[in-house]
Ligand binder design. Sequence first.
Ligand SMILES: Cc1cc2nc3c(=O)[nH]c(=O)nc-3n(C[C@H](O)[C@H](O)[C@H](O)COP(=O)(O)OP(=O)(O)OC[C@H]3O[C@@H](n4cnc5c(N)ncnc54)[C@H](O)[C@@H]3O)c2cc1C
Ligand SMILES: C[S@@+](CC[C@H](N)C(=O)[O-])C[C@H]1O[C@@H](n2cnc3c(N)ncnc32)[C@H](O)[C@@H]1O
Length: 671
Amino acid sequence: MTDSLRPANVHFNDQGTPVADAFDDVYFSNDSGIQETEHVFMLGNDIAERWQTCNRPHYVIAETGFGTGLNCLVAMLAFARFKEANPKHPLKRLYILSTEKFPIAPDDLTRALSVFPDVALLVDTLVAQYPPMLNGCHRLQFDQWHTQLDLWLGDVHALLPCWHCPEDGLVDSWFLDGFAPSKNPDMWTDSLFSQMARLSKPGAGFATFTAAGVVKRGLKEAGFTIEKRKGFGRKRDMLTGTLSNPPVLRNTQPWHYRYPDTPLSSDDNVAVVGAGLAGSSMALALCKRGIPVSLFGKAPAPADGASGNRQGGFYPQLQASLSPPARIQAHSFLFASRYYQHLAEQGVTFTHDPCGVLLLAFNDEVASRQQKLVSKQLWPEQIVYPVAKDEASALAGIPMQQGGLFYPLGGWISPQELVHAQLTLARDTGLLTEHYDCPVDVTTNEHGALVTAKQSEQQWQFSRAVLACGHHSAELDALSHVPLRPVRGQVEAVPVQSPLNSLRTVLCHKGYMTPAWQGRIALGSTYVKGDTTCEPRREESEQNLATHAKAMADYPWAQSIEHDFTARASIRMGIADHQPVVGAVISPDTLTHRYEQLYKGFRPAEYPLNTSDQTIAVLTGLGSRGLTTAPLMAEVLASQWCGEPLPMEEDLLQALAPERFMLREMKKKPQ
Ligand SMILES: Cc1cc2nc3c(=O)[nH]c(=O)nc-3n(C[C@H](O)[C@H](O)[C@H](O)COP(=O)(O)OP(=O)(O)OC[C@H]3O[C@@H](n4cnc5c(N)ncnc54)[C@H](O)[C@@H]3O)c2cc1C
Ligand SMILES: C[S@@+](CC[C@H](N)C(=O)[O-])C[C@H]1O[C@@H](n2cnc3c(N)ncnc32)[C@H](O)[C@@H]1O
């Protein structure tokens, strides 16, 4: 899934309809785009009836060509109206998954949709979140319309096989769009139709504007029944149908990221152990979905651990390749950037400054690594671009001796305030109960997860529990198969002084320094493996100052930073492969029992599914990038437990799964 995207070249014809130059075809009908959507995709899929008779909380529409987004916006508008007319209906939320290989520039999209005043507010909401040109899933929120849009950028043929599918299917209705088969034959292939069947729930419907024989035959072959209906406008026919013959095997690997047997509902309750970035992100993700949460923290107040730092840099750790770690970082960063903006819009305050992050090319080795990253052109300019010395100086607000890489969406955030802000929003749902000064143990019993206070031995019964314990995860037997590596770190709170009072962006080299907040600058940080003590140390302060002095040897002021030795030390939870650990906790014994034959390479269908192991999950291993990864990691786990579409490709989900280390070993032949 690494093919690079190309932007659409669009012109507007005499009727004002957008036309794709490469395909010489219109994005929607010259007659009326909205009426075409309503006729072909909404009526064609009998959406109104399907919503009315749906007895589940979610409905999933998948689309094959996002284009201007008109189909999706029309569906959202209809769903908002359905919700308004049926406030007590069990169907609560619409999920739309749409693919696009040639994204339209936001200006063209705005112009194309400006003729439809009904969707004007939706267009503004879409454009405000419109993602950069990066392959993969971009999850966008349309809360006012009770809808979530997963915009999957890339080729539909590469994307659909990456969608993780529940055992009973994912998609309720397909909007089978794309330019006419005669103009875009590459899209309308059997591999598309068989993926549609793989991902469809039994009885799922599809509708498409075309009645071409290749489409009719292909869908029939894939297991759909086909019905011809009257087409829109001047088109004589169109096709609709339902999946009557679902496939047996929907996923290729049985061991990772199974959905639970039953999704969480408001009748359940979940214990979240940990009151840092991981725990507060998780609590909010669940409460927002209507799930009652009890949060436990060891200390008298939240943000006691690593998340208690005053200021932290917010940017991703990219590489000169589209490896799973780099893609996890990039997508986490983009998701978090939208997420923080959304939090701020909801009226909670947490101090943050999207002032950008400048990674200085402070020695030849780093400069050549940065050069490699840029020359590969893997990452869109909205995420990172190179800057020369003069531009770096203008961005930093103080003269720079080198250029480097600039992350314009990055900046700094106060993690401790962010934790409080997330908990405030979770509290506002009325679904959050908090227990501080309360270290707990978690075990399972026949009712789910049993939480026991270590001091009072008071017990609480929950349906499930999430272990978001930061570095304390390393003390848990249940995670003995995960190579968890606690690493102490100390960050300085240096009094503001010249020229750092002019610093306007986060500056990174071997360490980092932020612009001033409340008269102090964060300057970090040390790495002491295996040390879990948290008192600040004078020698680590000196080490931090020395690191900055060395990396910034050409800067006289960096040689004599004045410090009163105010500092904070805490513990990161690192993982051997530097990726977060997110998902169900399955005991090493169970894994050994199930997969001891893994090295023999049997077909995946011959191994048992993980569905039942969903009582306890873990969300940890955020390492040095918790501000970047926590929101998307919590979103992944909440989506999994609530039976929603997952916002990442299968290979990325597997790169996060707690059992990945053990399975990797078990794939090797025993000696
Ligand atoms: C010096 C330093 C500098 C950093 N700088 C940055 C930065 O610039 N940018 C960035 O993105 N990240 C940075 N990080 C990393 C970031 O701080 C972490 O990734 C993040 O805070 C981890 O959050 P967490 O919730 O997993 O863990 P923590 O914040 O450590 O929270 C763990 C929580 O679990 C609770 N807990 C544990 N066990 C139990 C139990 N048995 N019962 C009840 N409660 C329990 C604790 O009380 C605590 O509330 C830095 C980290 C350090 C140490
Ligand atoms: C007719 S337009 C879709 C119109 C759109 N549904 C709307 O509401 O504006 C077809 C879309 O399919 C996209 N497309 C074509 N081939 C594709 C492929 N192989 N993978 C993903 N998208 C593709 C095109 O770029 C184009 O945006």
